[in-house]
Design a protein around this ligand. Structure first.
Ligand code: ZN
Length: 428
């Protein structure tokens, strides 16, 4: 394994370990951008943009759009945009639903997105998310990460369901409750845990967005460390790749944009999702502040290009028949360009050709993916962003196994390849 590939893989593992939720991913990206000289802007204030400088804006503490002004104005060259999502399928804790069963205190969870549910059982789970804390001056938005095994969702022993290995349908209300303690006389266990972690009084803990997450750290795997196994590779791997590429482009000609959206896993139609006005608002403000023509924003948008980056399914050695053999991406064979005749992916022949040329110039291999013709395709932020902004787009992603499992596996070399391709995309 090439040293640079391994180093970048280590950075990725560290980034994911520090990002148990979309809130933490967004905060980590903000911290790294700030450390690299980017300035945070607030949507409620007027912006003062300087040529060549980099900025970022956040919504709901879980989505973030960063941009660096190019040497040319957006009306001249358009925007170069790469987008990914900060959220992953998780189990969300219903804070008011603490209850007692079989002498244990447990909390009802709600399924967020589409996790492979059985992978969440028998894991040592931490609790993380966002909390509104009451202070003298009103509510304060705080992140919390209880990174010790405070919760568990035990599975039922095989002896009590001999048919378990033939498949079991979980009832989310009954079977996916997170057990917090066997001391049934304890009250307010969840809020007490949060209060202790934040060094606050329990009565000051207000509304929460809390999730359980797997505490097992990510790791390399395989004979030559060619695999990366971790939770949330979908889609923190692409977030990391885009962030690294964005930071590597110090003096781009076009204005470059790195977009990190929450809520892709539940359809993106939220205040801060990819199907909101967030991107349009940011791009229009940039055009308005860099040129004067009444229709400049339309010109800028039509000259722009979006790379939507999200996980792709690698052909599975134990289920090879699940792919169309002609469109079956392999691990560590480069970025996958995704095609769908019904445009569940934004890729057109023209946008694919452009991305292929970027990869070729970056000396990065690339491959193609389309679903079997008898299996419906998944989707991404690509089609909705492309359609609503009127910006040409391609859907790409790194191959992985077990998408939406609590632990997914991707290729170490692929992460390097994608980052190299996106770096060139931002400067080409
Ligand atoms: Zn995804």
């Amino acid at each position: 394994m090439n040293r640079n590939m391994k180093d970048l893989g280590k950075e990725l593992l560290d980034f994911i370990d520090k990002s148990p939720t979309a809130f933490h991913a967004s905060q980590n990206i903000a911290d790294i951008l700030t450390k690299n000289g980017c300035t945070e802007l607030d949507e409620i204030e007027p912006w003062d943009l300087k040529p060549g400088k980099a900025y970022f804006v956040r919504r709901n503490s879980s989505s973030l759009i960063a941009f660096r002004l190019g040497t040319a104005k957006p009306v001249e060259t358009g925007f170069r945009i790469a987008g990914a999502h900060t959220d992953s399928p998780l189990l969300k804790l219903k804070e008011n639903a603490e209850n007692i069963s079989a002498g244990c205190v447990r909390v009802t969870t709600e399924i967020y997105g589409g996790p492979l549910v059985y992978t969440w059982l028998d894991r040592n789970l931490g609790i993380a998310g966002r909390v509104m804390v009451r202070t003298k001056n009103g509510y304060e938005n705080r992140l919390v990460n209880i990174d010790r095994p405070v919760a568990i969702i035990p599975s039922l022993a095989i002896h009590m369901n001999r048919e378990a290995n033939k498949g079991f349908e979980f009832n989310p209300q009954n079977h996916l409750q997170a057990v917090l303690t066997a001391k049934a006389d304890k009250k307010n266990v969840l809020k007490s845990l949060v209060a202790k972690e934040l060094k606050e009084k329990v009565e000051n803990i207000g509304q929460t967005d809390l999730f359980v997450y797997d505490l097992q750290k990510g790791t390399f795997g395989g004979d030559d460390d060619e695999f990366i196994s971790s939770g949330r590779l979908d889609n923190l791997q692409m977030c990391h790749s885009i962030m690294k590429a964005f930071l590597s482009a110090k003096k781009p000609k076009s204005t470059i944009v790195a977009a990190f959206y929450d809520n892709e896993e539940i359809g993106s139609r939220t205040l801060m999702g990819a199907d909101s006005a967030f991107t349009r608002t940011v791009l229009e403000r940039i055009v308005a502040l860099t040129s004067k023509g009444a229709d400049d924003r339309f010109v800028a948008f039509s000259k722009s290009f979006l790379v939507s980056a999200d996980g792709a399914h690698t052909q599975h050695p134990n289920f090879p028949e699940k792919h169309d053999p002609a469109y079956a991406p392999k691990m560590n064979c480069g970025p996958t360009i995704k095609f769908s005749s019904s445009f569940r992916y934004a890729t057109t022949a023209a946008s694919a050709a452009f991305f292929e040329s970027v990869c070729d110039e970056a000396k990065v291999p690339w491959q193609k993916m389309a679903n079997r013709s008898d299996v419906p395709s998944g989707s991404t932020i690509g089609p909705m962003s492309s359609a609503s902004l009127g910006i040409k787009a391609v859907d790409v992603g790194n191959p992985m196994w077990a998408m939406h499992s609590i632990r997914e596996t991707a290729g170490t070399e692929d992460h390097y390849f994608m980052t190299a391709a996106l770096s060139l995309f931002f400067t080409k």
